[in-house]
Design a protein around this ligand. Structure first.
Ligand code: ADP
Ligand code: GN1
Ligand code: MG
Length: 379
């Protein structure tokens, strides 16, 4: 459990939800950059039971009820799919929302914060840092299965909880604007990083161009597939549950695969200061490709398969753009824990982009050997 100090009165927040037993304690949990997550223990007739409580960051998610509408629909659909397939332990394979006393999926506290509650998935772990190729394989397989199960989500289209979330052109333009405005006088301290981005501008329109030409379809995607958003079963090693569903919305599968590579191929933390340690791990890439294709291989089209390698580079670049933009704007979006934190995070992403660039031929071979057609050459 985290040692951060609780900023909210979890006892009274927990009282909004329909939970049996007596509240015992709560503490901050996890390492996410956006929401506030707590685990809480209840005494249920002598046995402890854990729950997850989350405050939705309404500065980032401007319409929290739209987020919850998506989360409810997505979890209900996944549950139905799992039931149809005869899966066991369904409440460990899909998030379960705990209702409020009047049967709603979220409630508001006295300060206007939106809260939700999930059953705690026990005997499973999320890893900020991937440790084995088996974990990489399992995580990618879980995200592929997640996309596959949501392929027939009934209409209407899911809500866009953050418009243009992976619109890399908009992310690039936002960096250029932040750099020109330079409201915090920080641009001079990241001149090389800005230069790095400007040199790579042509990358940002590639997937958007394919989408505009109808070559890659919009599907239901997760959009935040970093590896600590999948729970790995402690006993079996299986990627048992995909979590953090706030950004599940219409998107491109390549955004998901790319973000898996950004986090799964990195040998260090996202904010490592010793850049000499930051080099992509080809064996992890191979495990991610194989895991993803094991569950998603039969529905991906040729253009999607052809751009698996490129997606790693693009999404890593895009998240780097976002960290750098936030640094220039005074750290308003991502939570930071030290001065220059967002600049450090950006540098790690850019080092990974370079590493992906250098390893492109080897990555392409991996995709080919895994049976996914002719990988696309350098854009
Ligand atoms: P954030 O948006 O802040 O990343 P997450 O939904 O990913 O929030 O939750 C943060 C962490 O809390 C996760 O990485 C995971 O370790 C833990 N967590 C979230 N939901 C559950 C759950 N239902 N059961 C157990 N742990 C969970
Ligand atoms: C944020 O919420 P969290 O920590 O899982 C961000 C992602 C970034 C990620 C970088 C809603 O994810 O887009 O890729 O940080 N989520 C949002 O670590 O912006
Ligand atoms: Mg998360």
């Amino acid at each position: 459990m985290d040692t951060k100090k609780a900023q909210h009165d979890l006892r009274s927040i927990a009282g909004l939800f329909h939970i049996y037993g007596d509240f015992v304690e709560a503490a901050p949990y996890g390492t996410g950059h956006i929401n506030d997550t707590y685990s809480a223990v209840f005494n249920q007739s002598g046995s402890p039971a854990r729950y997850i409580f989350q405050r939705i960051n309404h500065h980032v998610f401007k319409n929290p009820s739209a987020v919850m509408e998506n989360v409810s629909r997505v979890t209900a659909h996944l549950r139905e799919k799992l039931e149809q397939s005869g899966a066991d332990q369904i409440s460990r394979r899909v998030l379960t929302l705990v209702p409020t006393h009047d049967g709603r999926t979220w409630d508001m506290d006295a300060e206007g914060n939106h809260w939700r509650c999930y059953l705690f998935i026990e005997k499973a772990t999320t890893y900020d840092q991937i440790e084995t190729t088996q974990q990489a394989f399992q995580a990618a397989k879980a995200f592929g299965a997640f996309q596959k199960m949501l392929a027939d989500l009934p209409a209407p289209r899911l809500r866009d909880t953050i418009p243009n979330f992976h619109h890399t052109r908009s992310r690039f333009d936002a960096l250029r604007q932040a750099m020109q405005e330079d409201t915090c006088n920080r641009a001079a301290s990241v001149r090389d990083e800005i230069e790095f981005c400007l040199e790579r501008e042509r990358m940002v329109d590639v997937l958007l161009g394919l989408q505009a030409r109808g070559l890659v379809p919009e599907r239901v995607t997760h959009n935040d597939t970093k590896l600590d958003n999948v729970m790995i079963d402690d006993a079996t090693g299986e990627g048992i549950c995909v979590i953090d569903l706030d950004t599940v919305m219409p998107g491109l599968v390549l955004y998901d695969f790319g973000d898996l590579c950004r986090t799964g191929c990195r040998p260090t933390a996202e904010d490592e200061r010793d850049l000499a340690k930051v080099e992509m791990r080809l064996e992890m890439f191979e495990a991610l490709v194989r895991g993803y294709l094991a569950s998603a291989g039969d529905f991906l089209n040729a253009a999607e398969k052809d751009h698996l390698v490129f997606s790693a580079r693009l999404i890593t670049f895009e998240i780097g753009l976002r960290f750098l933009t936030d640094y220039l704007q005074g750290d308003r979006y991502f939570k930071i824990h030290r001065d220059g934190h967002n600049a450090d995070r950006a540098r790690v992403q850019f080092k990974m982009v370079e590493s992906f660039e250098r390893n492109e031929a080897a990555m392409s071979r991996v995709v080919q050997e895994a049976g996914a057609g002719t990988p696309h050459s350098r854009e």
